[in-house]
Design a binder for this molecule. Structure first.
Ligand SMILES: Cc1cc2nc3c(=O)[nH]c(=O)nc-3n(C[C@H](O)[C@H](O)[C@H](O)COP(=O)(O)OP(=O)(O)OC[C@H]3O[C@@H](n4cnc5c(N)ncnc54)[C@H](O)[C@@H]3O)c2cc1C
Length: 375
């Protein structure tokens, strides 16, 4: 990255799904946007499985459940908009997502999911064990399952690339490199420095994922996010077509995500103490495979195609951190999505963009507002 100064309406720091989606939302509304991404190994968006199913997650409150539902629905408009803007493929497709339980505790969570769905008028269907096996033929015996027929999947790598391409098509400038520090003028963030380049901006959006803490000094002493490592296996099933198989989500947190080309993604560890270390470990690989084979024992015959490892940006209270940073004018956060960023990310980006453009942050539920950390 060469020296000098460039000026923009908005600077986005980090080009994972969140940063790329914010850049796209701002660029399509006519802002001059600069996106700077260091493409760290361990980028969460490049490792994410891609399950999109608000109905099979338990949400903390009604407004968070509503946000989840809107995030799922948001894909219905986003995917065609990206096509129109020349973004290219995203891997998005609807697919049934089936929640199963492996023990009594998991079974009571299935009841909670059904209760939540009834309360929020979200369609969720209870099916018998044999019906569950028709939806995922390799599934171990289960007593019952609940199925989200409106679920979907997406390829995090393709989607992130599509958002960046579409943003560029709308005039955004995408630069490779790392932002070293934010530039302040009194209580206002006025830009950032990336090596010898200074980027002045009316608004600065921090979407640096698990690496946010390195930029955090002006935001306060307490880290807002920490890395939660995920090790995830891509298996290949060659014994028959997988295109119509459902996604399986166990209440233990593990899952099986089939793709039409025979790939079955098995995930994933949730390692809260991993630090910024995007490495596979013997223990993590064993844990992931054991969980996958418990859910579908016949997968022991599958070929191992690939392993991925990503550092999820997990927030201290487990919820996304969105919107204006209290006490730091011109600075916005789009992070903290932990294990749910592929589902929530594009809609979160829309909400953050709306806040920047109009000052209206009503799309962001109070529990997701960055200002909850004020003081
Ligand atoms: C194994 C795994 C499975 C998952 N499965 C799902 C799933 O099925 N469904 C779902 O909804 N979510 C899932 N997730 C979660 C989802 O992937 C994340 O929440 C989401 O991708 C986070 O995106 P992000 O943009 O915030 O962070 P990231 O994708 O990590 O991007 C952050 C970017 O910021 C860059 N950066 C950092 N610091 C700087 C700097 N100073 N200057 C410039 N650039 C910088 C980094 O290099 C990186 O490219 C999964 C995650 C993992 C790891």
């Amino acid at each position: 990255m060469s020296g000098g100064t460039i000026t923009s309406d908005a600077l986005v720091v980090g080009g994972g799904l969140l940063g790329s989606a914010v850049a796209y939302e701002l660029a399509r509304r006519g802002l001059a946007v600069v996106l700077v991404d260091r493409a760290d190994r361990g980028q969460a968006s490049a490792a994410g499985a891609g399950i999109l199913s608000p109905a099979t997650s338990l949400w903390g409150s009604e407004d968070q459940a509503r946000f989840g539902r809107l995030a799922g629905e948001h894909y219905g408009g986003l995917v065609p908009a990206l096509e129109e803007d020349g973004g290219g493929p995203t891997g998005y497709a609807t697919a049934p997502v089936m929640a199963v339980a492996e023990d009594e505790e998991g079974d009571s969570r299935l009841d909670q999911l059904l209760d939540q769905a009834r309360a929020l008028a979200i369609p969720l269907e209870e099916v018998s064990g044999p019906e569950a096996s028709t939806l995922f033929p390799l599934l171990a015996k289960v007593g019952r399952a609940v199925v989200d027929r409106r679920g979907a999947r997406v390829d995090g790598r393709l989607l992130t690339a599509a958002l960046q391409r579409a943003a560029q098509g709308r005039g955004a400038r995408v630069m490779e490199g790392g932002v070293d520090e934010l530039c302040l003028s009194g209580p206002r963030v006025v830009g950032a420095r990336a090596h010898s380049l200074r980027i002045d901006a009316g608004a600065v959006v921090l979407a640096a994922g698990a690496w946010l803490s390195a930029l955090q000094a002006p935001l306060g002493p307490e880290p807002l996010v920490y890395p939660m490592r995920g090790q995830i296996a891509h298996l290949q099933w060659d014994e028959g077509p997988t295109a119509s198989w459902a996604v399986v989500v166990a209440q233990s947190g593990y899952y099986l995500l089939p793709w039409p080309d025979g790939r079955v993604v098995v995930g994933a560890t949730r390692e809260a103490g991993s630090g910024l270390v995007p490495e596979l470990t013997a223990g993590g690989m064993a844990e992931t495979l054991a969980a996958g084979l418990r859910l579908a024992p016949d997968l022991h015959r599958a070929r191992v195609r690939e392993w991925r490892v990503g550092l999820r940006p997990a927030s201290m209270d487990g919820r996304p951190i969105l919107g204006a940073v209290p006490g730091l004018e011109g600075c916005y956060l789009a992070t903290g999505h932990g294990a749910g960023g592929l589902l929530l990310g594009p809609y979160s980006a829309r909400a953050v963009a709306e806040t920047i453009l109009s000052g209206d942050d009503s799309l962001i539920p109070p529990g997701y507002q960055a200002r909850r950390f004020a003081g």
